[in-house]
Design a protein around this ligand. Structure first.
Ligand code: SF4
Length: 301
């Protein structure tokens, strides 16, 4: 999905690179699926080398037992990988969440990446059960609120789908962490992308909201569009202006806001709307050149 880094725990079995959100750096990563069931977003190369499958349950359960033996009393957070693990059938979730509760006595949070489609495919009753069994946080990356951009990046869901998915998650009592992608609309849709993304963040009302910056990765469909002159990433100052407008307009009830992902030019943090004025001041400092940006070479994916 959308804000990610390879996982570095050497003691556990993982197939391919493991990606997880920055906030799951200290979580036990349980790989219950391989790849992403959608695997079509034009900018994403995370799972292009994997065909999606649900991992064999006995193997996944063995991993939980192994983690229990090695770190059972330390694990407080579990992140279920890979790219859209919410897609797992309810029966599998039931077993995994029960085993995690039993293996890790200090467990206080289980989270996973999810797409809007995953949420729409689960019934309200199923989501409530998942919450009851311990799945309490979903990372969802609409990337943009602009329907034209969403179509172009092949997100598979539009503005309304994301609002409906978020509504279902809220009713089930799950927290949401929403991720948006600066530059996703290119130069052509930059205005609409920034405006509609702020509107979608308001409508989804997540507990956490973060922004990443698009990096065009060679070999991805968006890179091919760029090579053919059909996509152009906005220049750095324009990306900062996208961020500025997002901060100015987004109005969730009370969201923890972060741009601490390695892809960004300016790491910011605070709460929205509470800290809006302070965050805007920092952004204005960066736009006027008073506050230095992360140098190009120091950025990561
Ligand atoms: S939903 Fe899209 S961005 Fe997320 S992992 Fe799948 S293909 Fe990549």
């Amino acid at each position: 999905m959308c804000g990610t880094k390879p996982q570095e725990h050497g003691f556990l079995r993982y197939e391919g690179k493991i990606y997880r959100p920055p906030s799951e750096a200290y979580s036990y990563i349980l790989q219950a699926t391989i790849g992403c069931s959608w695997n079509a977003c034009t900018y994403c190369d995370m799972y292009r080398d994997k065909s999606f499958r649900v991992r064999d349950l006995p193997e996944t359960l063995e991993d939980i037992q192994q983690a229990k033996l090695l770190h059972g009393t330390e694990v407080e957070k579990v992140f279920v990988a890979d790219g859209d693990a919410l897609v797992l059938p309810l029966e599998t979730w039931e077993i995994l969440l029960r085993e995690c509760r039993e293996a890790f006595p200090r467990l206080r949070r289980v989270s996973a990446y999810a797409t809007a489609m995953n949420l729409l495919e689960k019934s309200p009753e199923e989501l409530e059960l998942l919450r009851e069994w311990g799945l309490s946080l979903l990372y969802i990356g609409p990337e943009s609120g602009d329907d034209v951009t969403l179509k172009r990046i092949a997100k598979g869901a539009d503005f309304a789908d994301h609002v409906e998915g978020a509504r279902k998650a809220h009713i089930a009592g799950m927290k949401l962490s929403a991720i948006f992608l600066l530059g996703a609309g290119g130069i052509e849709r930059s205005e609409e992308h920034r405006r509609e993304s702020a509107r979608l963040a308001t409508a989804m009302d997540p507990r956490f909201v973060s922004l990443l910056t698009l990096t065009v990765i060679p070999g991805t469909p968006i890179a091919k569009l760029e090579e053919g002159g059909r996509f152009e990433l906005p220049p750095v100052l324009e990306l900062l202006r996208e961020l500025r407008q997002f901060v100015q307009d987004a109005n969730p009830s009370d969201a923890i806001f972060r741009t601490n992902h390695a892809s960004n030019y300016l790491p910011l943090g605070g709460r929205l709307p509470r800290d809006r004025t302070r965050i805007l001041e920092v952004l204005d400092g960066a736009l006027s050149g008073e506050i230095p940006l992360t140098p190009e070479g120091a950025r990561g994916l």
